[in-house]
Design a protein around this ligand. Structure first.
Ligand SMILES: [Zn+2]
Length: 126
């Protein structure tokens, strides 16, 4: 794959479709009424696992959509924090990366000590 953003656009659009099609299965996750308490508890645990998985997918979808917007505006591949170019190697691995590795690590450090809220967390779901 070459570094041209057209290719990244294709990759990102494919990823978006994949995430959207799995998001549409959200309705399938529902707790059935069961007369057995243990059974119900078991289903509830599975339900919560599925929800947390979906939350991660929703965050990833948001990152992918933001990357597609950056392709539109010509800002793709530029770190949102320091405005340096994100290395192509990193974009090949994580096309929806919004930050260079340095800033990503800084964000993760700040998140770990509780300086960042949920919204910032969503921004860098990669
Ligand atoms: Zn940066």
């Amino acid at each position: 794959m070459s570094g041209c953003s057209n290719n990244f656009q294709k990759v990102l659009e494919a990823k978006r479709s994949e995430l959207l099609s799995s998001a549409s299965q959200r309705d399938d996750i529902r707790i059935e009424n069961s007369p057995e308490d243990i059974e119900r508890l078991h289903q509830r645990m599975n339900h919560e696992l599925a929800i947390s998985h979906l939350d991660r997918q929703t965050a990833l979808l948001k990152s992918v959509e933001q990357a597609l917007e950056r392709i539109e505006t010509g800002a793709f591949g530029i770190c949102l924090h320091c405005e340096e170019m994100i290395p192509e190697k990193r974009l090949n691995a994580v096309p929806w990366a919004a930050f260079c590795l340095h800033c990503q690590e800084e964000l993760e450090r700040r998140r770990a000590v509780g300086e960042l809220d949920e919204e910032d967390t969503l921004l860098s779901a990669a």
